[in-house]
Design a protein around this ligand. Sequence first.
Ligand code: GLC
Length: 648
Amino acid sequence: MYDPQLHKAISTILQKKKIDIGNADNMFYTRFVANATAIKFLYYELYKQHPEADKLFNLLIETMAKAYIQRPAALKQRDEEKEKKGNWFLSNEITGMSLYVDRFCGNLKNLTEKLDYFKKLGVNFLHLMPVMESPAGESDGGYAVSDFRKVDERFGAMKDLKTVQEKMSAANMYLMLDIVLNHTSHKHEWAQKAKQGEKKYQDYFYMYDDRNIPDQFDKAMPDIFPETAPGNFTYVEKCNKWVMTVFHNYQWDLNYANPLVFIEMLDTIFFYANLGVDILRIDAPAFIWKQLGTTCQNLPQAHTILRLIKQAVQVATPGMALLGEAIVAPKEIMKYFGTGLYAAKECDFAYNATHMALQWDALATGDTRVMLAAQHEILQKPFGTSWITYTRCHDDIGLGYDDYMIQYAGYNAYEHRKFLKEYYSGVHELSPAKGALFSVNPKTQDARISGSLASLCGLEKAIDNNDAVAIDSSIKKILLMQAHSFFIGGVPMLFYGDEIGYTNDYSYLNDAGKSYDNRWMHRPVIDWSKNAKADEAGTIEQKVFSGTQQLISIRKKLEVASDYKNLTWLQPHNIHVVGYLRTHNESKLYCIYNFTGEPAFLTWFAFKQHGRITERLYDHWKNEYHQVGFDHEYFVLEPYRFYLLEPV
Ligand code: GLC
């Protein structure tokens, strides 16, 4: 509802800041007024009890105005171009890669020389793993940030990051950086001041004089890293207090019940927006609100904070989309897109972590029923939002889907998960995979899985055994997994090294700052002489690279692969085979996958259950035609093969 007083207050603040609300800045002003009521509502939902709520609300408005004033003209123009495109990030033309700058190419300067490599592969969107200052040895891969506005010297300097952004923008590429919202490093200035006893900064964190409240919190909060960082609090000798540290003991949780924390972090978000970030990855948003007696995950207030961020960004730096990295149960993930009045007004993106894990499930079991049992949740995603789809990333694979989905497929959930863990850690006698269990919880035996795409698909063992047939089969599996995630809807995000088939790297075991965390086994250091083999016909590197390249290029050609909420699952006829139909205007694309090492049979009837179909199907993957048969005949799928079939 329109609030005239709020309108007036905003106009006054903006005019004081010399913002030309009547002319040049009118669009900004309009956006501000249009979103003002929502911003005020969301803010007061969180902070109405706070003694300085009103004063700080004005600071919030000023922070937004400042962000707009500081936004470079080139980015304002980019905002307009994106707006003209409409939902720019739903496009089939975007393909991403996530990488550690140092492990990929040394530093940011070198990265500018690698843009041709991405172009050749077809990647036009980069997620640079955290590049801001983070203490060596206590860095969690950069997710323990000691200065949100200073590029870590290991990577270069802020001007190098700026150059990367400019060159990428000139090459029509998109950039993603992280905002580590939930915590800071204990070396961050705020944490240092808190350690020295400054009350103002102690209030930025959850700090307690004794174990009384921490013990109460711990009762309901699960352990995130039970092996390496059990419990959720750390004793700080310097100030004789306990501080909340949900992740590692060197990552201090920020207290968002304090509006100053929110505004400071929003200001940092704008700082990243004004660096030219196209998609901001909000790290671990599920954790940002804490409440005694709860798990302190996915709380309603966490969503309110994200909605407030979304509204503020929409006003001041509208070209930047938001990705919420919520790796939680399927039902909970969906809420990060916004619900009710806020549907499609929270995070623009979430990771399709459920589907990622389900692909690994199907690959191990050769059975696609669990995957299908989960889709009714995943399909609830509101129009206008999208997924980051992936097979591997820098993190572990959590088997986070629900037990009922497993039971629906006829399995015992505990035994099924046990099998998957044994399969991918390579202890199961029939398993070709090589990986490891990550964060085993001694109390529940819960565990996640580490390992590279290639090693989990069997390539490492196959190479060790010099087994040409197994090598071939693992390459097929790699491409099957990639294809499935590339066409499921959303922006595919490759993990660097996977385009070449890098197997696990065990050198992390010799580094004290990493050896406690086996996720490093799948974070390779790129050997560019190995990558050069992508040009040598017949090598493993070439087969994986050219297959990945081809998938990207097919997807770029087919608008039907855009994420317009245009996916329908084919009805199941054979548990080893799964398929979905993508449609857009008159176009159709049947994406069919055989998750077993045997030929599989699919009745032609499956293709006809979604309307009339032409007599021939063209497979974009192998450039071949298939004649559609009678209902009692079968389409025969080769082992671990997928088909991207367009009726012609
Ligand atoms: C996210 C990151 C992960 C990190 C954690 C704590 O989940 O992806 O790597 O350990 O947040 O920041």
